[in-house]
Design a protein around this ligand. Structure first.
Ligand code: CO8
Length: 263
């Protein structure tokens, strides 16, 4: 009797306030098939609802982060089927996820894999990481935000250079363009991502969520509207016990303790 294959995505909990969403289909370069995206959606819904989770790390097993949508599965799919099952729409769970997400990226992040990292908040890349949108080489185009988020992240010239040619960029270029937040030696990738997640998880969750929502609005609303949102958020924080603790700690020259701050 063969043992059942392991789930292609799992949720690990090891330390307080942090969950690790792990792509675990390394033999297929973590290609994003429907099972993967359905599991991601379910795990993210659970993380959003769990007050003990303040930050999610998105990472992948194996040498590569993710080589995009599963081409074998996609090759058999018609446009009508894709529309019916909202294929690629499945990724909205990550794009709309309210809590901070730290991505740890090694090896290739291509197509849908690159789109995933474009939805994350702090992206830590290993020196060996490479990013690309090869959809055009398959005669198709991104479906999970690549044509929209990439230009907002790196600017139109660099984005169209990647989208229209399918060329890859290395981690140093991705850092230079603003697609990733930090580049570290491969051996330090996971530790650096966990350190970043722990640092955010130690902060008041209601304020990190508000900060993320307000900063993300910058890509969607006119400047005047964004500035008004920011001012309203800033004023709101002045009524929170979190800021009472933060400012008291500063004045008393002690570390602030947000460990019991509400979600
Ligand atoms: N889909 C399915 N299987 C894949 C994929 C993929 N995207 N990438 C790699 N694999 C599989 C290969 O089929 C192979 O499996 P097997 O051993 O069973 O034949 C195994 O992984 C190893 O691959 P290779 O033998 O090709 O290994 P190489 O080291 O020679 O090359 C590459 C690795 C460069 C990653 C190469 O496999 C490749 O180019 N893959 C396709 C990358 C690509 O085109 N990605 C974009 C897909 S389109 C897309 O993402 C659109 C997004 C739409 C929305 C997303 C919704 C989820």
């Amino acid at each position: 009797m063969t043992s059942p294959s392991p789930a292609p995505v799992r949720l690990d909990r090891a330390v307080p306030f942090v969950a690790e969403l792990v792509l675990d289909r390394p033999k297929a370069f973590n290609a994003l098939n429907i099972a993967v995206t359905d599991l991601m959606t379910a795990h993210l819904a659970a993380c959003a609802a769990d007050d003990d989770i303040r930050v999610v790390i998105l990472r992948a097993e194996g040498a590569h982060f993710a080589a995009g949508a599963d081409v074998r599965e996609m090759a058999a799919m018609s446009g009508a089927e894709a529309r019916e099952r909202d294929f690629a729409g499945c990724c909205t769970a990550l794009g709309g996820f309210p809590k901070p997400v730290v991505a740890a990226v090694q090896g290739l992040a291509l197509g849908g894999g690159c789109e995933l990292i474009e939805m994350c908040d702090i992206v830590i890349a290993a020196e060996d990481a490479a990013f690309g949108h090869p959809e055009i080489l398959l005669g198709t185009m991104p479906g999970a935000g690549g044509t929209q988020r990439l230009p907002r992240l790196v600017g139109m010239a660099a984005a169209l250079d990647m989208l229209l040619t399918g060329r890859r960029i290395d981690a140093a270029t991705a850092l230079h363009l603003g697609l990733v937040s930090r580049v570290v030696p491969a051996a330090e990738l996971l530790a650096e991502a966990r350190k970043a997640a722990a640092a955010v998880a130690a902060l008041p969750p209601r304020v990190t969520v508000l900060m993320k929502a307000t900063a993300r609005a910058a890509a969607e609303v006119p400047l005047s509207e964004g500035l008004a949102l920011e001012r309203a958020g800033f004023h709101r924080t002045l009524d929170l016990p979190e800021r009472t603790e933060g400012m008291a700690a500063f004045l008393e020259k002690r570390p602030a303790d947000f460990s019991r701050s509400p979600a």
